[in-house]
Design a protein around this ligand. Structure first.
Ligand code: TUI
Length: 319
């Protein structure tokens, strides 16, 4: 057993939260992670409320354990998703890609716990002051939309800056990563890329195969010029994106809107169609270490068995 505020708050066995991966994290994955003793999350991405209401209801049928919804704050449907989670009384929300401050009071009133992703100490302090229950400090090793700091540097700085528990994310793919996160002062971990390889994850097989085949240096960051950098696996899509970004970057007035529009639909293309050329295969840097599909239950148990072994090994080195 491991003591954790996340476990105590939600009455769960393992202090592990599943990343809110847009298009990927549906009722199947979320319920499997929750049934495995962690906290599953349905990702709203850019979907409208009726689609997510359906996923929430399916998740409720598949598990009686707590689960959450991830709100991607750049979505045009963020307001209606925020209202939906209150109506459906989901146990918690995680938020990404922005500041959820304007929804905080309605979440509190509905009894929905709030767990924002923070890429900096400044936003961490602000969210803690505004009433967040936990924070996710996500380093730029993570897949998808990322901040500027690494997990190694962000987590301890956020832990020192706030009085609420911090969940470490970005680059965690096995028990060694969990042990490292706990050593940095984290109360729990969030895992994205490894759960993409869960048997219960409905991402296209080509997506899973890309992650399995990936080597350590196979992710790239696109969209730096737009202010919304995204980490994903190198392919034709990222190559063309980066070339265009470079060309536009040389101009006095780069066409940011045009570059942003390049990404539209590309994540769906990867997750649903498995299109190796046109798809945006968002993935964290830990993909290089991942080799196989497993059930969520196997993954979660492996994470904490390995973690305990690592901690025991470490402890012995001091005696
Ligand atoms: O949100 C994520 N990862 C994501 S969202 C996503 S969907 C998407 N698709 C295409 C383009 C962009 C996004 C795919 N992956 N992770 C959490 C995260 N949040 N990373 C960074 C941030 C963040 C950044 C700025 C959180 C807050 C923030 O605040 C700025 C402000 O307003 O103060």
């Amino acid at each position: 057993m491991i003591k954790s505020k996340l476990c105590a708050e939600f009455n769960i066995k393992y202090p592990i939260l599943q990343g809110g991966m847009a298009w990927i994290a549906d009722s199947s994955l979320a319920s499997a992670v929750s049934n495995a003793g962690g906290l599953g999350v349905v990702a709203a991405g850019n979907a409208p409320a009726d689609v997510i209401r359906n996923e929430i209801r399916k998740t409720k049928e598949l598990t009686d354990k707590p689960f959450g919804v991830n709100i991607m704050l750049m979505s045009p449907f963020a307001d209606e998703i925020a209202q939906l989670v209150c109506e459906e009384k989901v146990q918690f929300v995680t938020t990404g890609a922005g500041n959820p401050g304007k929804y905080m009071q309605s979440f509190k009133d509905a009894g929905v716990r709030v767990i924002p992703v923070v890429p900096s100490v400044a936003l961490a302090k602000r969210m803690a002051r505004d009433g967040a229950d936990f924070l996710i400090a996500e380093g730029m090793e993570a897949g998808g939309h990322i901040g500027k700091l690494t997990t190694m540097t962000l987590v301890p700085q956020v832990v020192s800056a706030v009085d609420i528990p911090v969940i470490a994310a970005g680059g965690i793919g096995d028990g060694r990563g969990v042990a490292a996160a706990l050593a940095l002062g984290a109360d729990a971990v969030q895992v994205g890329t490894r759960f993409l390889l869960a048997k219960e994850c409905n991402a296209h097989q080509s997506y899973k195969d890309m992650v399995i085949k990936a080597k350590d240096i196979d992710t790239v960051i696109t969209g730096q010029i737009t202010g919304h950098p995204v980490r994903g696996l190198r392919n034709k899509f990222t190559k063309e994106f980066l070339e265009l970004e470079k060309e536009e970057g040389k101009k006095d007035n780069p066409d940011i809107k045009m570059i942003e529009s390049l990404g539209a639909g590309s994540l769906r293309c990867a997750v649903v169609e498995g299109d190796l050329e046109k798809g945006s295969f968002m993935s964290g840097q830990i993909a290089g270490m991942l080799t196989k599909e497993q059930s969520c239950a196997e993954m979660v148990e492996e994470f904490f068995n390995e973690c305990m072994k690592e901690v025991e090994k470490l402890y012995k080195r001091f005696s």
